[in-house]
Design a protein around this ligand. Structure first.
Ligand SMILES: *Cc1c(COP(=O)(O)O)cnc(C)c1O
Length: 373
């Protein structure tokens, strides 16, 4: 089980690193070829294998998801206002601010934790150009209803799919919906290259523009076609990704077993509610959120402290809401009266440890902490 990190920097530790012995040959290959970055052989191979694995048309690898989101907005020339969710990691809204776009927060559905499609239309103004939903915890958004609204109003849809690696909904990979989807391979995610991310794209022209934008706008050695950024993934990270892909199905299967064990053990506990699977045909069990309700003997924060006191790393994802941070709370859409579901979920949620190396005994220990005074 994860230890509480030392005070000071917020380190991210990872109990299920790929084996170093297996990674050495990849490193040797990098040292042999001396190709370190800028779309080298590991980068090319990882893009190919990843698109096959995920069942998507095009992938552009990135240095991280945040630069991926910033670039996705640039690629589609999004301006003005974008409708998004307050119940996410801050990078979702930050990517809008970095493009000079005004985020407009819309409340989430209390069952799926995702942007509530029924509330989107009321937030559309003449300045609205796009919707940026999040597949929260890897549960698919209502992609059909969101697309119908986007089509009616001529809006683009960019999914923050940071949680949605490998998730499938009724019509295949959830990543094929909307105009673009952005994955994260950060160390805390289901699939990791330490730092990394990718934009998923179905359109060859947009893919070309994304590839220019992530490399300063260079089309060739002397031609710069756009004010690009440096979003490239290095050979080191791409090699790590290729190695991770080999074990990903085993890792996902173990996550599923842990999820099932938690559900069985927690089914009868008064005051705790597990999220129901919502709409995915294949889920990735990226998180195991529970809601601590008023009839549970402890408040959510007391329960959080109790876990921390026993060296169990539980997380309050997502608390505070994005709309509560100082750079957002002045927006009219950030008022908690506009976001009642997100506000309540954010005060009740606790994400329990879930990762492939977690043993059944450790799951039982987590559950014991929930059951005992
Ligand atoms: C992790 C995360 C990001 C940021 O990803 P990075 O790869 O760390 O930049 C963005 N959005 C959501 C919802 C995330 O969970």
């Amino acid at each position: 089980m994860s230890d509480v990190p030392p005070s000071g920097p917020l380190y991210v530790t990872r109990p299920d690193l790929p084996s170093l012995d297996e990674f050495i040959p990849y490193l040797r290959e990098i040292w042999r070829s001396k190709i370190l970055t800028n779309g080298g052989p590991f980068h090319q191979k990882f893009e190919e294998e990843l698109s096959k694995y995920l069942g998507v048309r095009y992938i552009a690898l990135f240095t991280n998801a945040t630069i991926g989101l910033v670039t996705a907005l640039q690629a589609l020339r999004i301006t003005g206002e974008v409708i998004t969710t307050p119940y996410s990691f801050v990078a979702t809204a930050h990517s809008l601010i970095w493009n000079g776009i005004k985020p407009v927060f819309v409340d989430v559905d209390p069952v799926t934790f995702n942007l509530d499609p029924a509330k989107i239309e009321a937030a559309i103004t003449p300045q609205t150009t796009a919707i940026m939903p999040v597949h929260c915890y890897g549960h698919p958004c209502d992609v059909d209803r969101i697309q119908a609204i986007a089509d009616t109003y001529g809006l683009k849809v960019i999914y923050d799919a940071a949680h949605a690696f490998g998730v499938k909904c009724h019509c295949g990979s959830v990543l094929t919906h909307g105009d673009l989807s952005v994955l994260s391979f950060h160390a805390t995610k289901v699939f990791t290259t330490f730092e990394g991310g990718a934009i998923i794209c179905g359109n060859d022209k947009i893919r070309q523009r994304i590839n220019y934008l992530k490399n300063f706008g260079f089309a060739d050695e002397v031609t710069v076609v756009a004010p690009g950024i440096n979003g490239k993934m290095s050979e080191f990270n791409a090699a790590l990704g290729l190695l991770q892909l080999k074990g990903v199905d085993r890792a996902l299967a173990r996550r599923q077993a842990i999820d099932a064990r938690y559900r069985t053990l927690l089914a009868q506990v008064r005051g705790l509610r597990c999220l129901l699977p919502t709409g995915e045909t294949v889920s990735n069990h990226a998180y195991f959120p529970i809601l601590v309700q008023p009839d549970y003997p402890l408040s959510r924060d007391d329960l959080y402290d109790k876990f921390r006191g026993r060296n169990v790393l539980v997380r309050r994802y997502f608390y505070p809401l994005i709309s509560e941070f100082p750079m957002y709370r002045g927006l009219p859409s950030a008022a908690s009266s506009n976001l009642p579901n997100a506000s309540r979920l954010s005060r009740q949620v606790l994400c329990l440890p879930i990762y492939p190396a977690l043993t059944d005994d450790e799951v039982d220990r987590v559950v014991d902490i929930l059951l005992t005074e």
